[in-house]
Design a protein around this ligand. Structure first.
Ligand SMILES: Nc1ncnc2c1ncn2[C@@H]1O[C@H](COP(=O)(O)OP(=O)(O)OP(=O)(O)O)[C@@H](O)[C@H]1O
Length: 578
């Protein structure tokens, strides 16, 4: 450190801004003066001054100040173009690029328009389309009275629609010079199929082309649809197959029977035909009545598991008691549920085939969404739930269930259970405040909406496991559940990963999984997925426990922090995200 004892204190007249001509008057100069001032303090050994002195002496700070001075100097210089012809040159380059593009012969060449068009055909339109790998994207039909071949519908995003030259209602006169008069639509399709390259249509335009003024609607498919298996679809090739749970963008609802839609996973493609809400309901009803009545076989399993006995944690995890879990398995078909919730048998009211959905982003100030885990008995739903809560008990919590059995000496009301009378329990059921309930050894057990809300009101994430029949009851605006399906992996993996897994049943302690148990779990998982997948927001395969737990944590975080598709009825317009 250089000391400059005896230097004058900083005086105001030296604090001039930098100039191009005298950079020494700039920041370097100020730094020099500050250093001189510090020197004085330094000599007086004032605390901390050494540090500041070193800092201001550092080469990097000096280098930075030099750069700053240079920039200041540069700012005052006037910018001049590198060449005086720059403008003229750029103009020339642009014109040259234009000429190169204009003179190029682009493929394919369209045929010249016929020059002998009679005057009476003035109202005709000649449309040339170049066939590529894609279908033309239009369907045709024969007019019942006149026999004319008409364009029945133009598919959104298809070649015909993108050309902007063909409209539903246009009358087809010729295809590639061949008159279509008297032909069947199939014969016209044959001509089209035989044509290669360019196709020329001669059409009489529809007097008022339809305008699609409908807004785009998004729906979740609540059932599956296979056009190949539907003989009533107007054009099988134009059909859009979908599965339960697919999110569809409905682009056209002009036809009351057949809508046009795309899957959101495939928005770049041309739309396809799907049955309208009305038509699908009709099909559902017809199918329903054609089925022989089968009492609900249920999802019961013989596997009854271990009660979780909080392995020495300081916190208490509610909702894992054996009675509650066994009751859930045993009596989810109880007369109360079947009668009240309509979720029991196949003859319960038919749901809507499509559910309108919107993108929903939870705001940080909003309550968390309820996290629901669903899975076949023994797959590890409770193990995963327990692990998640153990990871952060301040953030994740179970709801405290209700029971009508009496409290044991070591239990505390509101900790293991809420102990209530049978009348109170039943009034909760009748007022639809029970998400799930059942009977076990003569007592009622269940989880109430209020118990879940208590957890959510504390700013925590409530994690519960539900029988799939209970999902619909939980799907309300107030709980906005995010449903995760826990699925077993294939049999050989399960045999390996569950080698040491123990299950406690009503009658055996520490029972190992048998092959039949694993097979039953797989069958049950398939049934659950086939019946309820439309309600699953996420699926986790529970093979390796740690992986599954990490996936669960990430899914729960996404559910709370990232936009998700939720039923439109859960969200008022102002909170839906684009
Ligand atoms: N990925 C895994 N690897 C090994 N063992 C597992 C795994 N997942 C769960 N287990 C074990 O399998 C057994 C059953 O799991 P768990 O009790 O969580 O089943 P469950 O799905 O909650 O069934 P139920 O709903 O009938 O109680 C437990 O012993 C658990 O520790």
């Amino acid at each position: 450190i250089q000391s400059d004892k005896g230097a004058d204190p900083l005086d105001k007249k030296n604090m001039k801004p930098s100039t191009a001509t005298n950079p020494e008057n700039g920041f370097s100069q100020i730094l020099r003066l500050v250093l001189r001032e510090l020197n004085l303090f330094y000599s007086r050994d004032v605390n901390g001054v050494c540090l500041l002195y070193d800092l201001l002496h550092s080469p990097w700070l000096r280098a930075l100040l030099k750069v700053y001075d240079c920039l200041q100097e540069f700012k005052e210089k006037k910018l001049v173009p590198a060449t005086t012809h720059a403008q003229a040159l750029s103009c020339e380059a642009l014109l040259s690029a234009h000429d190169t593009v204009a003179q190029k012969d682009f493929e394919p060449l369209l045929p010249p328009l016929p020059d002998n068009i009679p005057e009476s055909e003035e109202a005709m339109r000649i449309v040339c389309l170049v066939k590529n790998q894609q279908p033309l994207g239009a369907t045709i039909k024969r007019h019942e009275m006149t026999g004319d071949i008409l364009v029945a519908r133009v598919i959104h995003g298809g070649l015909a629609e993108r050309s902007g030259l063909l409209y539903a209602g246009d009358k087809l006169v010729e295809v590639n010079g061949v008159s279509v008069e008297g032909l069947d639509p199939e014969q016209v399709i044959h001509i089209l199929a035989m044509s290669r390259g360019t196709i020329m249509f001669k059409v009489v335009p529809v007097s008022a082309p339809p305008v699609n003024s409908q807004k785009m609607v998004y729906v979740r498919a609540m059932m599956e649809y296979w056009p190949q298996e539907d003989p009533t679809i107007p054009c099988m090739d134009a059909g859009l197959p979908f599965q339960k749970g697919d999110i569809l963008q409905i682009v056209d609802q002009n036809d009351t029977l057949w809508w046009q839609a795309r899957k959101i996973s495939d928005l770049g493609t041309c739309a396809g035909l799907i049955p309208s809400n009305h038509l699908l309901k009709r099909k559902q009803r017809e199918f329903w009545w054609s089925q022989p009545y089968q009492p609900h076989t249920g999802l019961q399993s013989t596997i009854y598991k271990e009660e979780f006995v909080g392995s020495g944690q300081k916190f208490f995890i509610a909702g894992f008691r054996r009675s509650m879990r066994l009751c859930r398995r045993k009596s989810h078909l109880g007369p109360l549920r079947a009668g009240l919730c309509g979720a029991g048998g196949p003859r319960s009211a038919l749901g809507a085939p499509y559910e309108e959905v919107v993108r929903f982003q939870r705001r940080p100030s909003d309550r968390h969404r309820l996290v629901v885990l669903v899975g076949p008995s023994g797959v590890g739903v409770n193990e995963l739930r327990r692990q998640l809560i153990e990871l952060n008990p301040k953030h994740f919590q179970s709801a405290v269930p209700h029971t009508t059995r009496s409290k044991k000496s070591y239990e505390m009301d509101g900790r293991e259970y809420h102990y209530v009378s049978k009348e109170t329990f039943e009034s909760l059921v009748y007022s639809h405040r029970m998400l799930e309930y059942g009977e076990y050894k003569g007592h009622l057990y269940g989880t109430s909406v209020d118990a879940v809300q208590t957890v959510l009101d504390e700013g925590k994430i409530c994690v519960m496991d539900l029988e799939p029949q209970g999902i619909q009851v939980a799907r309300t605006q107030e709980l906005k559940p995010y449903v995760i399906f826990i699925k077993p992996s294939n049999m050989s993996c399960m045999k390996q990963s569950r080698k040491n897994a123990k299950i406690i049943t009503d009658y055996f302690v520490d029972m190992k999984f048998k092959d039949e148990d694993l097979q039953e779990m797989e069958d049950l998982a398939q049934k659950m997925e086939a019946q309820f997948r439309q309600f699953f927001d996420h699926v986790i395969v529970n093979d390796n426990l740690q992986d599954a737990c990490a996936q669960l944590l990430s899914a729960v975080r996404k559910a709370q922090e990232e936009p998700q598709w939720v039923p439109a009825t859960w969200v008022s317009l102002d909170t839906a995200s684009g």
